[in-house]
Design a protein around this ligand. Structure first.
Ligand SMILES: C[S@@+](CC[C@H](N)C(=O)[O-])C[C@H]1O[C@@H](n2cnc3c(N)ncnc32)[C@H](O)[C@@H]1O
Length: 357
């Protein structure tokens, strides 16, 4: 937000050096904080809705604090040349920065290391994103400590009229939408967030064929493994993911394998890294592995059931003449649901091949 405030300050300052740049920035952004209520609802996916709400609440709160702080300032002391900076102006600035700033190395710290700071880079910020970019940003130190040379360097041959494309990062679809306001079809870095919840896992594993699951009442050795995986205990992190690079997050896979195995000796023969790896095939035996993978498939079914609409309904709506924000919301949820379906398909294939052994 610091850079956003600076942007607002320069936008309000008469004769600002940055005015030509700032006056050419988009007036609106397609990020969800500006979506109409109906399209926020259309986003359906709870972790994204949580982030959108969090950002909106922050902007409202910060707007109030700022108003209070600026209230009694003399015109000469006013950082925004007496212009009103409300939550909508803050939202504009936040979106300008999140969608256009690049994180680069800043000045040197006393210990010689460099801080990582967001910077607005006029002209460079005209480059769109691609996971197959044709250029990259290269930073070079100039002779003085304060100055930094920032260049865009071609990574491959670029023909005349080809767009210059940079890689903004291997980000999930949530971050592309929240920060940049677009959705990449079949984003290989997208994932689904789930909560490691014992009752939910008991239900999922029962659907997978476990008669008396013990996620809600793990034995002490299983609890120890869960706490090593940071899935149990006071500072646990219960957020686990499906999809992305890993298909099933290693911590979830290890927990499923350990709790479904019930064979302390067999589990303790393996280190955590082995238990977390899907490329290590069935370290605790085929039947445990099949139950673990089927439990994930059941989790996927439950996750899909939480979306109020089906992919086919979203796709047919998308074919109609919808607004750009509805289109983005639909693209986003289609992507999320397709990812779950892909995970189910890949895991079911694995189960089939295990059973054929
Ligand atoms: C750094 S700016 C890039 C320049 C921008 N296209 C412009 O005309 O000003 C980032 C914004 O460009 C758009 N953008 C960048 N890459 C995109 C992509 N692959 N697909 C769709 N929109 C993209 C998004 O609106 C994003 O917020």
């Amino acid at each position: 937000m610091k850079l956003g405030l600076k942007l607002l300050q320069e936008r309000a300052r008469k004769g600002s050096f940055w005015w030509p740049y700032i006056s050419n920035l988009p007036e609106t952004y397609s990020v969800p904080i500006f979506f109409p209520g109906e399209d926020i609802k259309n986003l359906q996916y709870a972790p994204l809705l949580y982030q959108v709400n969090k950002r909106c609440r922050f902007l409202l709160e910060f707007g109030k604090i700022l108003k209070h702080e600026l209230e009694n300032l003399k015109p000469d002391d006013h950082p925004f040349s007496c212009q009103d900076v409300d939550s909508s102006a803050l939202g504009w600035a936040m979106s300008a920065v999140s969608s256009r700033a690049f994180r680069l190395y800043g000045g040197k710290r006393p210990d010689g290391t460099r801080s990582n700071v967001p910077m607005m880079l006029p002209l460079i910020d005209m480059c769109n994103h691609s996971f197959d970019p044709n250029a990259e940003i290269v930073q070079e130190e100039a002779n003085s400590d304060r100055n930094m040379l920032v260049k865009v360097v071609a990574g491959k041959e670029i023909k005349q009229n080809d767009p210059l494309l940079l890689n903004y990062g291997c980000l999930s679809s949530d971050l592309f939408l929240l920060d940049y306001g677009f959705v990449i079809p079949s984003n290989p870095y997208d994932c689904i967030e789930l909560k490691y919840d014992a009752a939910l896992l008991d239900a999922a594993s029962m659907a997978a064929g476990v008669s008396s699951p013990s996620f809600s009442s793990p034995s002490p050795w299983q609890q120890q493994i869960l706490s090593h995986l940071n899935l149990d205990g006071p500072n646990s992190n219960l957020k686990v993911t499906l999809g992305g690079g890993e298909l099933v997050e290693g911590r979830l896979l290890a927990a499923l394998r350990a709790v479904l195995s019930n064979d302390e000796e067999a589990v303790k023969q393996h280190d955590l890294e082995t238990l977390k790896s899907l490329t290590v095939e069935a370290p605790l035996g085929i039947s445990t592995e099949v139950l673990a993978l089927r439990t994930v498939v059941a989790l996927c079914v439950i996750a899909l059931g939480h979306f109020p609409t089906k992919i086919m309904e979203d796709e047919s709506l998308l074919k109609q003449n919808v607004s750009p924000t509805t289109e983005l919301a639909l693209q986003f949820i289609i992507q999320k649901k397709s990812l779950i379906v892909d995970v189910m398909r890949d895991l079911s294939k694995k189960v089939k091949s295990l059973l054929a052994k």
